[in-house]
Design a protein around this ligand. Structure first.
Ligand code: BV8
Length: 240
């Protein structure tokens, strides 16, 4: 089956690839729904990744992101990330890469135009609309950085549950799947919307959908084929 999918990749004029946390698993990054460990074992990531959680427990949520940022410190893109970057370089304009990941690994591998639907864990932004006083960041141990005048908090520049996705990135992703011949859905549990909905749109608009995931997901329902392989093994074989 992998050979058939390779042929579909070869013949595709417009290839869309949607990635999730499983894409970074072989770089050593725990997936979003992997069991959390240590201090964070008792928290469900979905409950921490919300504005309400941050407003109620700013230090707890800030430390969770600091913990995840530290875990990313020594991490590098894997063979799957590199295969996508090489494909984009060798076939300009044929690939639209859409990622739910906030780890920046696609961008570091070379896909600098990846559509990052859920933002970036490496950046911060103001929690409330910044005023003239919100210039510097007052860093006090045990608190998120904040404006020393009005107390506005800094927060990670990721899209939390209940928040809208970046309008341009989502519009570009939806346009890409409407015109795709082939869509690879790689390393995502397909539980989070509107990102997961892109696979259904691609299918409805006539694209072939192929899932790359060792485990079954709800998106298998629209897949012409599911490759039960890890991304870092499968993508180099499909794209080289
Ligand atoms: C929105 C950033 C409009 C933060 C993330 C009720 C109220 C409000 C909203 C909703 C609601 N009900 C539903 C919604 C919509 C909600 C949603 O979808 N909820 C789900 C959970 C039911 N979506 C939203 O809120 C979105 N916004 O809809 O706005 C709106 C506004 C107001 C009110 C209503 C609607 C915003 C969603 C974005 C959330 N932010 N991340 C952070 O990271 O801290 S999402 C988070 O989950 C991560 O970004 C992650 O990427 C994403 C999806 O998870 P996956 O990537 O799939 O990772 P997961 O661990 O789940 O799965 C890994 C997979 O990899 C597994 O299948 C595994 O088998 C596989 N795998 C493992 N190893 C490998 C592998 N595959 C290949 N190779 C391997 N080696």
């Amino acid at each position: 089956m992998r050979e058939m999918v390779r042929a579909w990749v070869r013949d595709a004029r417009h290839l869309v690839v949607l990635t999730g946390a499983g894409m970074s698993a072989e770089s050593g990054v725990p997936t979003f729904r992997d069991a959390q460990t240590g201090l964070w074992a008792r928290f469900n990531p979905q409950d921490l990744a919300t504005e309400a959680a941050f407003r109620a427990h700013p230090q707890r949520v800030w430390e969770w992101y600091a913990h995840r940022r530290e875990a990313l410190a020594g991490v590098v893109p894997n063979a799957g990330h590199r295969a996508l970057a090489a494909f984009a370089q060798q076939h300009p304009g044929r690939l639209t890469l859409v990622t739910q990941n906030v780890d920046g690994l696609h961008q570091r591998a070379g896909n600098t135009d990846a559509l990052a639907l859920h933002g970036s864990i490496a950046e911060d932004q103001w929690l409330d609309a910044p005023r003239a006083c919100c210039q510097g960041e007052n860093i006090e141990p045990g608190h998120p950085p904040h404006c020393s005048v009005c107390g506005n908090l800094r927060r990670p520049a990721v899209v939390w549950f209940g928040e809208n996705l970046p309008v341009d990135a989502l519009a570009s992703a939806e346009d890409a799947v409407r015109h795709a011949d082939l869509m690879l859905v790689v390393g995502t549990s397909g539980e989070v919307y509107p990102a997961a909905g892109l696979a259904f749109t691609a299918h409805q608009c006539g694209a072939r959908v192929v899932v790359v995931n060792p485990e079954p997901t709800p998106l298998d329902a629209v897949a012409e084929h599911c490759l039960r392989e890890p991304a870092a093994v499968c993508l180099p074989a499909l794209l080289a």
